[in-house]
Write a protein that binds this ligand. Sequence first.
Ligand code: DX5
Ligand code: ZN
Length: 215
Amino acid sequence: MAKIAPSLLSADFTKLAWEMERLRDAKVEVLHLDVMDGHFVPNITFGYSLVKALRPLAPDLVFDVHLMMTHPLSYIDKFCDAGADILTVHVECDDDIDACLDAIAAKGVKPGLSVKPKTPAEAIKPYADKLGYVLVMTVEPGFGGQSMIYDCLDKFSVVREICGSDVLISVDGGVNAANCAEVAAKGADILVAGNAVFGASDMPAAFAGLSEKVG
Ligand code: DX5
Ligand code: ZN
């Protein structure tokens, strides 16, 4: 059964403690946290201090932390210590991917690798045996609220072939009520949804509606 992971990027940053309560009440299990460095992507969001601050407010939520950073390696321990449960780096980053994945695994955190829309899924192949999670980007990373690039969904079968049945496949970008059932049917385990959840006038109802469609 696929799960919807609301993306914190679209939450109300003036009321984050309240947002964490709303997520708990809505029975959200996975929270997606987008870290942007202003270099790998043309946007800046937040760092490990915020992950650390939110952690005690939501001890049962799976924190799925997505690092859109050119140089994530030297920050991996900090994000793991801050409370990430899944930590994802980009295959297109400038650091040594094996070193990143090894550092994540050494902390007992699930290592993830992400591919941007124009990167072929085969790029993850050299790292397959280290991966617990593969994040397929379906928009150019950097901003919420974009439209899904549907061609990217064809990568799921390639990821499954390369990594096997145990890897979690996540899809990130442009997920909404109209496309989530199709995305789940194509093989995604986790569907990240920012605008479609936090942008809704009734966030718990939007989350429940999406969850029902992918369940
Ligand atoms: C984009 C981020 C996404 C984003 C998705 O760079 O990685 O996680 O929050 O937002 P929506 O669901 O609005 O496309
Ligand atoms: Zn993301």
